[in-house]
Design a protein around this ligand. Structure first.
Ligand SMILES: [Zn+2]
Length: 234
């Protein structure tokens, strides 16, 4: 077994620092970090490592495969999170993964435009615009009396609005609430936690991204992918 040294890293803490080396273990075909020193104690482990520059072609090939597999794992996870835990669902197709419970609502004619869906400028009759209150639909929904209505898991629609519900003084968050327009034009509300995007992970995109990133050969960022993954889907 040879440990091929890929990079050095210092973890700089308040009082002490730890030093790590990123290595490729050619027996386990594994990328990992080894602690190589610290200011916490005297002395340190002595780990035998060989510089990357001496890596022969065949090992370089398996190193590349390991790098690619690791990227694939990270990006696939980020892509799945993009769908199962959306952060900005507005304008996207969504599907409920849990039942939602809504106060009953009834659809009434829009009071602003009397159901026409248009707004006409009182000073200029030729200036006709889409009604702002009902978004041109001529209808509005409002709370009605009655029992809570269950909207079953699996219901699909388009998220039109997402907003955070806060306590009176804004010190407490009750999570994000979404308004979803169903295909029949009606609107429901559901918490962001109870929905996901109505699409499948883009696996070919994931594979392509993993291959590109592995080709760049940046071992440090595959071991510390936070910043890179933040770019995906958020
Ligand atoms: Zn209107």
């Amino acid at each position: 077994m040879t440990l091929w040294k890929l990079y050095d890293r210092e973890r700089n803490m308040h009082d002490d620092s730890d030093f790590f080396a990123g290595v490729f273990d050619d027996e386990k075909n594994e990328l990992r970090e080894e602690l190589v020193g610290s200011t916490r104690w005297g002395g340190g482990p002595c780990i035998e490592m060989t510089p990357m520059s001496q890596m022969p072609e065949d090992i370089r090939a398996s190193y590349h495969i390991a790098l690619r597999a690791r990227w694939q794992q990270h990006i696939e996870c980020a892509e799945t999170m993009r769908i199962t835990h959306p952060t900005r669902p507005e304008g996207q197709r969504v599907v409920l993964v849990k039942d939602a419970h809504n106060r009953p609502r009834e659809t009434v004619e829009c009071q602003k435009c009397s159901g026409s869906g248009h707004w006409t400028n009182p000073k200029n009759a030729r200036d006709v615009r889409k009604c702002f209150a009902c978004d041109g639909t001529g209808r509005q929904t409002k709370a009605a009396k009655g029992k809570m209505v269950k909207i079953p898991s699996g219901t699909k629609g388009t998220c039109t609005r997402a907003f955070e519900r806060q306590s009176q003084y804004g010190t407490w968050s009750y999570g994000t609430q979404c308004t979803i327009r169903l295909d029949d034009g009606s609107e429901i509300r559901a918490s962001l936690d109870s929905l996901r995007l109505d699409e499948e992970p883009r696996l070919d995109y994931v594979a392509e991204q993993a291959a590109t990133r592995a080709a760049n050969g940046d071992a440090y960022s595959v071991m510390h992918p936070g910043a890179t993954l933040a770019l995906f889907g958020r």
